[in-house]
Write a protein that binds this ligand. Structure first.
Ligand code: GCU
Length: 343
């Protein structure tokens, strides 16, 4: 693994502040500003307790002012029956209703967690329409600067607003706030945790290019592929690195390193070549020194992963499961296992 890392000539890690500055300026764009004011309303999503009485389900409307303009979006929240405070996830999701494909509600409750389900398109459309939702509010005349943020930063920002709500809910344990997502939303979960220290743990599921995976010599999706098909996820500056990854003053290990000294797991799937499992594991290695401070441990692993491997000893966890690109129940169980091992 050391050899693979050396071949990629990765830029050395910097301070968290410097790395976040570079990642925002060159890749994701600068995060939208904090809201001027924010309020919440809450309505039950079902009349009775859900899932055999194991949980409660609400829809929260987050209403805020940003740049003097009103903006609101809904998010669902499921809390186990009982007083809490419960550890919780903000799951940035492709689906809205609960339960869904990527939100195994009963397993989450049975494992003692609460969870927000944030449907990404409730924040802004997943396309180049910058007049839609939050994009239209922060860029009333469209994007103008090369560092104006793309959609990933906007979804990540919305996940942080869920924490603003969580701070008002005594049944949620703010010391145990996790964020997770799959694929483009795995990239988003990492950005959310990197830029907001209130998240104590992030899970990237098959996030691949521009997420957990090192871009230099990536064997799957490249910066050129992603900038051609999904340019609106990023700021304009990112396009400079099309077919030019070795000129980047950063690589994706900066993103994981910006989560230090907190916790992060990277989940890969062995048939998901597009997300480059090896590139994902490499960034865990390369980010490790940022975590190895103050008695913490980084990524404890001495070899390239084979299917079924789990490396959960340090603050950075990695696993390679069998199968395809998907946020499966197995991935959720891995998150529960990692969190439990750190308590
Ligand atoms: C595409 C894209 C990936 C992304 C994925 C997804 O495959 O190329 O970068 O992670 O969509 O979000 O499902």
């Amino acid at each position: 693994m050391k050899k693979l890392i050396n071949e990629r000539q990765l830029p050395s890690l910097l301070s968290r502040e410097e790395m976040l500055g570079i990642l925002q300026r060159e890749e994701y764009g600068f995060m939208p500003p904090s809201p001027d004011c924010i309020s919440f309303s809450k309505a039950p999503l079902r009349n009775e307790n859900v899932f055999a009485g194991k949980g409660l389900l609400w829809e929260i409307t987050v209403a805020l002012k940003i740049n003097g303009k009103d903006f609101s979006f809904p998010v669902s929240l499921m809390i186990p029956e009982g007083e809490g405070p419960f550890p919780f996830f903000v799951n940035i999701n492709f689906e809205k209703n609960i339960p869904n494909y990527y939100f195994p509600a009963e397993e989450i409750l049975d494992n003692g967690f609460a969870a927000f389900n944030l449907y990404f398109k409730d924040v802004t459309a997943d396309n180049d329409d910058f007049s839609d939702g939050l994009a239209g509010v922060i860029f009333p005349e469209g994007r103008k600067n090369n560092t104006d943020c793309g959609k990933i930063a906007m979804w990540a920002w919305a996940a942080q607003r869920c924490l603003d709500y969580a701070e008002t809910e005594p049944r949620l344990d703010m010391k145990r706030a996790a964020v997770c997502g799959h694929s483009r939303l795995g990239k988003t979960a990492l950005v959310a945790a990197a830029t907001d220290e209130r998240f104590y743990y992030a899970h990237s599921n098959d996030s691949g290019c521009s997420g957990a995976s090192i871009a230099r010599d990536n064997t799957g999706e490249t910066v050129s592929d992603i900038c051609r098909v999904f340019p609106y996820w990023f700021c304009e500056n990112y396009k400079k690195y099309t077919d030019n990854e070795y000129s980047m003053p950063f690589d994706q290990h900066f993103l994981l390193a910006s989560i230090a000294p907190r916790f992060v797991t990277v989940g890969s799937a062995d048939e998901d070549a597009w997300a480059d499992p090896t590139g994902e594991q490499l960034s865990c290695f390369a980010a490790s020194p940022a975590f190895e401070k103050d008695g913490q441990s980084g990524f404890i692993c001495d070899r390239k992963a084979v299917t079924g491997d789990t490396f959960f000893e340090g603050n950075i966890g990695y696993f390679l499961r069998k199968g395809r690109h998907f946020f499966s129940r197995e991935d959720w169980n891995k998150m529960f296992e990692f969190i439990r091992s750190k308590n």
